[in-house]
Design a protein around this ligand. Structure first.
Ligand SMILES: [Zn+2]
Length: 342
C-alpha cells in the first residue's frame, strides 16, 4: 500500500495477524489455478477485485459473513507449497512497509483442512520464512491457535499437538473464533497442554469486559487479542493498567466488523493515553483492505499518533513479543537506530 514516507520509514511490528487472513485475492486466484480448484463464487468481485461478504443485517450477520469468506478463501489452499507462498508473500509485503517483526497465528485445524499435518504446516511456513528472511531480514514467530467455536475438545487436541511437536518458531499459544462460544474456563486444559509458551486470546472484541477479565484470571494472560471493548468498563481499564496489559489493537478489523460505528468511537487513542501497552495488528489484512503499514498510517492520520508515539507502539510490541531475549535485543537495537525526523 502507498504510505507517506515518514510513516513508511517507522520500524513496525505486526503482533496480531492470522496466516490464512493474509492471503490476497490475487494469490487466491493464482493458487486456485495451480491446484485446479474453482475460486468460490462471489468471494472476489467488484472493480477492485477485493474480497466480498454478505452482512445479512442480523447482529452477528457481518461477522458470520466475514468468517464464511475467510473459510472460502482458505479452501483453495491444498498443498504445503501454498502455505510457503502465503507466508512469503505476506512477509515481503510487510517488510516493504517497514515491518521488522511479525507474530502470526497459525491453526492446526485450518492446516488439516488443506490436508497438512501440523509438522507439515510448520515445515511449509518455515520454508517461506527462510526465503523472506534472507531477502529482507524480517523476523517471524508463530502462535499456535485453537478455534473457540470448534469447542473445548477440539481446542485440547490443538493444545496437545502443539505440546507434542515443539518448534523453534512456535513461541505462543492463542485462541481465536467466536468469543461467545462456551466459557473461557473450558479452554484452560488446551492452554495447559500446549506447554510453556507465551499466551494470548481473543477477548473484548465480539464480547464485552467480562471475557477480558476471565481470560486474564483463568488463562493467566496479559496479552489480549483486541481488548477494545474493555472501554465499556472504566474500572477494567484500571485493573488492566495494574497488570501492564497488552492490547493487540486492529483498528481496520474493528471498523470492517462494525465493533465501533466510526473512528471517533474507537478507543485506541484513549488506551494509549491511559498508559496501556498498546500494540498494533493487521488481523486479516486483505479482507479489511489494510496492511500493517496502513494500521500505523491510520493511527497517525485518524488518531493523531506522532512518529515518536508510533515508535513507542513498536517498542511495546517488541518488549511483549513471544521471543528469545537475544532476538528481542536485536530488534530493540533496530528500533533505537531509527531517528524520528525533527
Ligand atoms: Zn484476530
Amino acid at each position: 500500500m502507498l504510505l507517506p514516507d515518514n510513516i513508511r520509514r517507522v520500524p513496525k511490528v505486526d503482533l496480531h495477524v492470522h496466516i490464512e487472513g493474509t492471503v490476497t485475492p490475487d494469490l487466491v486466484k493464482r493458487i486456485a489455478h495451480r491446484n485446479k480448484v474453482v475460486v468460490p463464487p462471489d468471494l472476489i468481485s467488484g472493480k477492485s477485485q477485493s474480497f466480498q461478504w454478505r452482512d445479512d443485517g442480523t447482529p452477528k450477520g457481518n461477522l458470520r459473513g466475514f468468517l464464511a469468506a475467510y473459510d472460502h478463501a482458505t479452501s483453495v489452499l491444498r498443498k504445503a507449497q501454498d502455505y510457503t507462498d502465503v507466508i512469503y508473500d505476506y512477509l515481503k509485503r510487510s517488510s516493504d512497509e517497514g515491518c521488522i517483526y511479525a507474530e502470526v497465528a497459525i491453526s492446526a485445524d485450518h492446516g488439516a483442512m488443506a490436508g497438512l499435518t501440523y509438522p507439515q504446516l510448520l515445515e511449509a511456513i518455515s520454508q517461506g520464512y527462510e526465503k523472506a528472511k534472507k531477502e529482507t531480514g524480517i523476523e517471524l514467530r508463530l502462535i499456535s491457535t485453537c478455534v473457540r467455536h470448534y469447542g473445548p475438545e477440539g481446542a485440547l487436541k490443538v493444545g496437545q499437538t502443539t505440546g507434542a511437536h515443539p518448534h523453534p518458531l512456535v513461541t505462543g499459544f492463542g485462541m481465536a473464533g467466536d468469543e461467545n462460544a462456551f466459557t473461557i474456563a473450558d479452554f484452560k486444559p488446551a492452554y495447559d497442554a500446549a506447554g510453556r509458551l507465551g499466551r494470548t486470546a481473543h477477548a473484548g472484541e465480539a464480547s464485552g469486559p467480562e471475557t477480558v477479565r476471565q481470560a486474564r484470571d483463568i488463562l493467566k494472560i496479559r496479552r489480549f487479542g483486541h481488548m477494545v471493548r474493555a472501554i465499556e468498563d472504566p474500572s477494567l481499564i484500571e485493573e488492566q493498567k495494574a497488570i501492564n496489559a497488552v492490547p493487540e489493537v486492529c483498528v481496520s478489523s474493528n471498523m470492517a466488523l462494525k465493533v465501533f460505528k466510526d473512528y471517533r468511537a474507537h478507543p485506541v487513542r484513549k488506551f494509549f493515553d491511559a498508559g496501556l501497552k498498546v500494540t498494533f495488528g493487521s488481523d486479516d489484512p486483505p479482507f479489511f483492505r489494510t496492511s500493517i503499514g496502513r494500521e500505523y498510517h491510520i493511527a497517525w492520520e485518524k488518531f493523531g499518533f506522532s512518529e515518536k508515539e508510533l515508535v513507542k507502539v513498536s517498542r511495546n510490541a517488541i518488549e511483549e513479543a513471544f521471543i528469545d531475549d537475544a532476538t528481542r535485543g536485536k530488534l530493540l537495537d533496530k528500533l533505537s537506530a531509527f531517528k524520528v525526523a525533527a
